[in-house]
Design a protein around this ligand. Structure first.
Ligand SMILES: Nc1ncnc2c1ncn2[C@@H]1O[C@H](COP(=O)(O)OP(=O)(O)OP(=O)(O)O)[C@@H](O)[C@H]1O
Ligand SMILES: [Mg+2]
Length: 376
């Protein structure tokens, strides 16, 4: 029997729970001209949500392209990936889509290959050496609007991990995209990402091209009761016995972060396969074994931090990220001054180790936090 808990990839179908309100909101907003910044801390389920919304929009007859910027390292790759995503979304008949794209991108002499999976990929004959040649990319960014007009169907473009745009193409890529995007009437855009401070900066800083380009949609957690039902159902469906209070403990200890809950349940399910009963002790054991799994990664991460950063991380773990600027915490953990704390916090955020929540700071990886606490 297959493990019913899935993590580390986008989840769809019955591996995906709840989010009804969010799906509804995105689905309706994207039917008309919209630009939405979908933001949450890591592993809350943005990419999965986008896949589910994409499916629903496609069923409704819209054209939807999804591009993940995380895997992209250069402008060339970005342009190819963008054109490929648009091409694959443009028509149910790939031949017709290819014909349209070839006509619209003549100057960039695209080469199109169809993989065995039926997915087409575009390679542009292009060298992005100077700013002038980069301007030819406008043709690529115009594709969705031109196709949407030609077909009389709305296009939706989803750019996941959008904060990477400035790493891939600096200010130039952002500027180019903005210039084109703001003229589009037939295309809706979703810009999604987990580096919240980078995305907020993008939208709120008036010097940045994406200033006020769209509205921010903060994705929160899945309600605890929904998550508990989901977990209970998956265990019981596969013949496992577990008390509601144990499930609540799982959710609680994993801070109800969808990825963590699925990860821990996956481990628990595998660990108790022969007896199919899950107790509170099993939960504690599984958490310990997960921390142990990541020991090597955490060790290396730790070794690459400065003494001050280590001190600050310990302080965050021990004080649950609260009152870090109070003189009591500063003295207790040797954090020097409040301006050192402030600098340290912003560095740790840049390193993606912690995130600021309303009134406190949290580790992005709760297993790293546990590892630090266990080291004493
Ligand atoms: N609605 C959901 N129902 C059940 N599990 C979910 C749901 N959303 C996310 N998950 C769990 O969380 C994991 C991470 O989800 P996903 O990759 O969509 O998050 P993300 O916010 O895009 O993460 P990242 O910040 O790493 O890009 C999934 O593999 C799955 O285990
Ligand atoms: Mg994601």
């Amino acid at each position: 029997m297959e493990n019913p808990f899935v993590y580390g990839q986008s989840v769809l179908g019955d591996a995906f729970t709840d989010r009804r309100r969010e799906i509804d909101y995105l689905f309706h907003e994207l039917q008309s001209s919209a630009r939405i910044f979908l933001i949450s801390p890591r592993r809350y389920g943005k990419s999965s949500l986008l896949q589910v919304v994409k499916q629903k929009l496609v069923q409704d007859g819209l054209l939807v392209a999804y591009v993940d910027l995380y895997k992209i390292a250069s402008m060339n790759q970005f342009a190819d990936a963008y054109a490929s995503a648009i091409l694959n979304a443009a028509d149910t008949k790939i031949e017709r889509a290819i014909k349209a794209v070839l006509e619209m991108l003549v100057r960039l002499r695209p080469k199109i290959a169809i993989e065995s999976t039926g997915v087409a990929s575009v390679t542009l004959d292009y060298s992005f050496q100077s700013k002038e040649t980069w301007q030819e990319l406008e043709e690529v960014y115009q594709l969705p609007e031109r196709i949407a007009r030609k077909k009389g169907t709305r296009f939706v473009v989803m750019l996941d991990e959008f904060q990477e745009a400035s790493i891939i193409g600096g200010d130039v890529l952002e500027k180019q995209l903005r210039a084109v995007v703001q003229t589009h009437t037939e295309v809706s855009y979703v810009f999604a990402g987990s580096k919240r401070h980078l995305l907020y900066e993008m939208v709120h800083d008036e010097k940045r091209p994406f200033y006020r380009m769209g509205e921010i949609f903060n994705l929160g957690k899945i309600p605890e009761s929904e998550m508990a039902d989901f977990v209970l159902d998956r265990f019981s469906r596969t013949g496992y016995k577990v008390e509601l209070s144990t499930v609540e403990q799982i959710i609680n200890k994993m801070r109800n972060i969808p990825y963590n809950v699925q990860l821990l349940c996956h481990r628990l399910w595998a660990q108790t396969r022969d007896r199919k009963v899950i107790t509170d002790e099993d939960v504690a054991l599984a958490i310990r074994s997960l921390v142990y799994t990541y020991e090597a990664i955490f060790g290396e991460l730790w070794d690459n931090l400065t003494v001050y950063q280590k001190r600050l991380l310990r302080a965050i773990a021990l004080s649950k990220g609260r009152n870090l600027f109070s003189s009591e915490v500063i003295v207790r953990y040797g954090l020097e001054t409040s301006s050192s704390v402030s600098k340290g916090l912003s560095l740790l955020q840049k390193k993606n180790l912690i995130e600021r929540h309303d009134d406190h700071y949290e580790f992005n990886d709760i297993f790293f936090e546990r590892w630090i606490l266990e080291r004493g």
